[in-house]
Design a protein around this ligand. Structure first.
Ligand code: UD1
Length: 361
């Protein structure tokens, strides 16, 4: 079975790493990595391939940045060519980025089966580009691998046949558990951020990149005001996404001296910092889940989440995007963290389960 495993943007790389590694143990599977080139800077892409020990992609599509239409179209045109010449039996897409959407549409129209990993998540917020990507990808996929019970519920409500929906756990957590073990044996003194790291639990770690948070001046100003207030109590480490950097400059947003801004980090250096933070404040999808898996309090700077299990069972508190909302959630999250537990099947074996299901097809 020839399989194209598609990745394009930063959060995809953590998901394909365990799927690819596990594929090497499955007889009869020829799993090939396709990198769409949606993310291309060293820190946004190659740093993850290096850290996560992913081999160089067999196919690199060099699609690059652009508006949603331009980016999606470029990926589709390039991906169609390799699907036509290589004729894979299955295209596996992960997550909810534009590459996920583009490649699933191309494959399906060429009558190639599509498997969606991290299927069924819904924020029910159609202003979010990822929600559209999730809905369209799920509308045409053949096999659905879900990370939490809500994913299964959503897909069944949308009429998917139960036998195509597989609750397997979360490949992103497979990757996290694999890497956290490795980091224990690593010489962390060589990390560029080593000297930046304060004492355990004395600092906060922040990531911010959603267009809804950083592309709107008033929203971004409110978030910055909340972070500046928290920075009176805690040092904040803040790796800045390229989009966020651009908008900070445009809106001339000022951060307190206690907020240490650093360039985007590779997976290991980022993990090295956030795993010992007192709290993580983020608008990332993945970090909401990863913090839950390690029991680190998390404040999610968004109005909604497509990952409700992180609130129901995990350490996540949804803050909204106003200054008051963020400060309230920040206070609330410490009490909540005490009762948190790990969601079902987030045990590091999701990739194995995916291959078990796929080899039955
Ligand atoms: C994308 C995903 C989002 C994911 C995020 C993680 C979509 C719709 N969005 O958002 O779900 O959470 O990745 O980072 O797919 N840029 C660079 N270097 C790069 C890549 C991007 O400088 O290597 C800059 C470009 O100016 C680009 C901007 O960042 O215009 C945004 O990149 P893009 O891939 O369009 O969206 P993200 O905001 O990164």
């Amino acid at each position: 079975m020839k399989i194209f495993l598609v990745a394009g943007a930063r959060p995809n790389f953590m998901k394909i790493a365990p799927i690819y590694r596990s594929s090497l143990t499955v007889p009869g599977v020829d799993c090939r990595i396709v990198h769409t080139g949606q993310h291309y800077d060293y820190e946004m892409s190659q740093a993850f391939f290096d850290d996560l020990e992913i081999p160089q992609p067999q196919y690199f599509l060099e699609s690059g940045s652009g508006s949603h239409a331009v980016q999606t179209a470029k990926i589709m045109v390039a991906f169609e060519k390799i699907c036509e010449s290589e004729k894979p039996d299955l295209v596996m897409v992960v997550g909810d980025v534009n590459s996920t959407l583009a490649c699933s549409i191309v494959a399906k129209k060429l009558l190639i089966k599509v498997a969606h990993v991290e299927a069924g998540l819904r924020s029910f917020d159609l202003t979010m580009p990822e929600e559209i990507n999730r809905m369209v990808t799920d509308a045409i996929s053949d096999y659905f691998f879900v990370t939490e019970e809500s994913g299964r519920r959503n897909l069944l409500r949308e009429g998917k046949p139960a036998e195509c929906v597989h609750f397997v756990g979360h490949v992103m957590i497979d990757n996290l558990l694999h890497q956290i073990k490795k980091i224990e044996d690593e010489d962390v003194k060589k990390f560029s951020v080593f000297s930046l790291k304060p004492e355990k639990k004395t600092y906060a770690f922040v990531t911010l990149h959603r267009p809804s948070n950083v592309d709107d001046r008033d929203t971004f100003m409110g978030i910055a005001a909340a972070l500046n207030e928290i920075a009176q109590e805690l040092i904040i480490l803040f790796p800045v996404h390229p989009r966020t950097k651009k908008m900070m400059e445009k809106f001339q947003i000022r951060f307190s001296e206690n907020i240490k801004m650093i360039p985007p980090l590779g997976f290991k250096e980022s993990l090295f910092l956030w795993k010992d933070a007192k709290v993580v404040l983020t608008d990332s999808g993945g970090l909401q889940e990863e913090t839950t898996a390690l029991g680190i309090p998390c404040v999610t700077i968004r109005e909604n989440t497509e990952r409700p299990i992180t609130i129901e069972l995990g350490t996540n508190v949804l803050a909204g995007t106003t200054k008051e909302g963020i400060l309230n959630a920040y206070r609330q999250c410490f009490a909540k963290g005490k009762n948190a537990s790990i969601p079902p099947l987030w045990d590091g074996k999701a990739a194995e389960r995916i291959w078990e299901e796929l080899t039955k097809i």
